[in-house]
Design a protein around this ligand. Structure first.
Ligand code: DGT
Ligand code: CA
Ligand code: CA
Ligand code: ZN
Length: 562
């Protein structure tokens, strides 16, 4: 998790530099932070293997930032960062966590109202000081109030699913066990994770090896061992072989799901616990299931329920009626169409991204860089887009077809950020809302979907799991018009987005909308997050039929024609 720590510092540096009106550098730090976040390999490992050179070779990381990373790895701190932190009131960086407050507004609030913490800001809102400020006004004050509430509510102690899954796999990858499984909320692909739960049938040194990975051992025992890595807790439970699957079932939860199953077991004169399903007769218990999870559900008189559905949200009733659909599988995706390259704000070339997609076994891949209005993300002018199209059309790699699309901003009036003349040259267009969250976004989206060149609505709600609530949306309307105009709704698989979220996916599926899963990858490493999107699709009861990028390219192209 050292990557996460370092990325956070680089983000911080970027914010402070922005506050100090430094040009360009903030973007460089921001970009470096993002690359590091996406990186699969540990910076420490890279440094141990190849030294400073190794860090320098990471795309978007220049010598200067590489040296800072080295300093952190060696000393646990970055001097310049410590200095920078002292150069601005600490709270200013803090209040920039509130959506809608950037460096300019933060400075203004500090100058006019001496605001230097979120608490100060809250007080000012309460006393209606903000609405009187020039460049703010009543509406601003109300928005800030809402965003502060959102900021306070979000539980910063939970990890993003993507981070937790990476960490959990890193841990299990280093352990030797007869059987081992990541359970709990990760196995259910829940969007945020409290702690990591691992179940194993032990080999000799398992528990000791596990403890060696720890920064701190909380409890060590033959049954359950808990450790801390970074600021994260990982629980390892060890069970005898015959209890493995009943243990996996118990530890996968959710608790609500298990409690409901237990009630059903009792009605059938049975008992369900972490050791299996037992028939109770004259006080004698006999295990009737526990060899597999399938068996447990079968013996309870219901269909198997995949982990992603185990939230006690109607899945048990459905399983009794044999109404659990065949969910989309993790290997069903044939291509990823939401991909950024160096042309806009990505870190790899078109060729590198295409090769990366091929490695994942895809049969097609689509490039979708940002459009001209989105300048801070390196959005392409029409001329540059045409250049990109030309370059992409030249790429020929056997076994994978390259499509060229664009992630086009939906402008304030609902029009798209490129002329039809240019849109016509693309294989497909993704429409996105990136600004103007406070206006009537529904109206903009509806109008954009009427445009026959817009095939996909990206990250439909605009939320970021731990930092942004997203815009207000009349989702029913969006579903209706999307269906009517044959616009696909995206399940954005970026670890911070997961947008649409599970419940909305379910609503879309029930309404008969077509969906597409895209990673929004900004680097080759980012492509692997597709599984997070598939997990959300499964949590939303989606089958292969609901997700268009399970189709062959020919069939997909037919869907693109509006
Ligand atoms: P988290 O860690 O907050 O993201 O969520 P979980 O679901 O991983 O919850 P956690 O770590 O507290 O517990 C792991 C699993 O253990 C949980 O999914 C189901 C099971 N479990 C925990 N407490 C109970 C309980 O009181 N009753 C039952 N039946 N199962 C429990
Ligand atoms: Ca857990
Ligand atoms: Ca736990
Ligand atoms: Zn994107």
């Amino acid at each position: 998790m050292i990557n996460k720590e370092i990325a956070r510092i680089l983000y911080d540096i970027s914010e402070i530099l922005k506050l100090r009106n430094v040009q360009w550098k903030p973007q460089a730090y921001n970009k470096a932070a993002r690359v590091i976040e996406d990186l699969e390999k540990d910076l420490k490992e890279i440094y141990e293997e190849k030294g400073l050179q190794g860090l320098d070779e990471i795309p978007s990381i220049g010598r200067g930032i590489a040296k800072k990373i080295e300093e952190y790895l060696k000393t646990g701190r970055i001097k310049e960062y410590e200095k920078l932190k002292k150069s601005v009131p600490k709270g200013l960086v803090e209040i920039m966590n509130i959506t809608g407050i950037g460096p300019k507004r933060a400075q203004l609030l500090f100058k006019k109202l001496k605001i230097k913490s979120i608490a100060d800001l809250e007080r000012a809102v309460k006393n209606h000081k903000i609405e009187k400020l020039e460049r703010f006004g009543e509406k601003s004050e109300k928005d800030i109030k809402e965003e502060i509430e959102f900021f306070k509510k979000r539980n910063k102690n939970r990890m993003l699913l993507g981070d937790a899954l990476d960490l959990a796999e890193k841990i299990t990858g280093k352990l030797k066990a007869k059987k081992i499984m990541i359970c709990g909320s990760i196995r259910r692909m829940y969007e945020t994770i409290g702690d990591i739960d691992i179940l194993a049938v032990a080999d000799e040194n398992l528990v000791d090896d596990f403890c060696k990975l720890a920064d701190r051992v909380l409890a060590k025992g033959s049954g359950k061992t808990s450790i801390i890595i970074g600021d994260r807790q990982i629980d390892l439970r060890v069970v005898p072989r015959e209890d493995f699957w009943s243990g996996v079932h118990y530890l996968t939860g959710s608790k609500d799901h298990s409690v409901e199953l237990r009630k059903i077991a009792i009605k059938k004169r049975m008992k369900l616990n972490e050791y299996g399903l037992f028939r109770v007769e004259k006080k004698i218990e006999r295990r009737v299931a526990g060899e597999s999870e399938e068996e447990i559900y079968r013996r309870l008189g219901m269909q198997y329920i995949p982990p992603e559905l185990r939230e006690n949200r109607g899945e048990i009733e459905a399983a009794i009626k044999k109404k659990i659909p065949k969910l989309i599988n993790y290997n069903d995706i044939k291509g990823d169409l939401h991909i950024h390259t160096k042309y806009s704000d990505g870190n790899n070339s078109i060729l590198e991204m295409v090769s990366g997609a091929k490695k994942l076994g895809y049969s097609y891949v689509g490039i979708s860089d940002h459009s001209q209005t989105r300048k801070i993300a390196g959005g392409l002018s029409e001329r540059d887009l045409i250049k990109e199209i030309k370059e992409a059309r030249k790429i020929k790699i056997s076994g994978i077809k390259v499509l060229i699309g664009s992630e086009v901003d939906i402008l304030g009036d609902g029009s798209l950020d490129y002329s039809d003349e240019v849109l016509k040259k693309l294989d497909y267009a993704i429409g996105s809302i990136h600004s103007g969250f406070k206006g009537d976004v529904t109206k903009r989206i509806l109008r954009a979907m009427e445009n026959k060149y817009m095939n996909i609505l990206a990250h439909p709600t605009g939320r970021m799991i731990q930092s942004r609530k997203g815009y207000e949306l009349k989702f029913d309307e969006v579903l209706r018009i999307a269906k009517e105009t044959k616009t696909l709704l995206e399940i954005n698989a970026h670890p911070e987005r997961l947008d649409l979220r599970d419940e909305m996916i379910k609503a879309a599926v029930e309404n008969g909308n077509k969906l597409i899963i895209g990673t929004d990858a900004h680097s080759v490493d980012g492509l692997r997050h597709i599984r997070l999107g598939i997990g959300q699709a499964r949590r939303g009861w989606a089958t292969r039929n609901n997700i268009v990028n399970t189709l062959s390219l020919n069939k997909l192209k037919k869907i693109f024609r509006k």
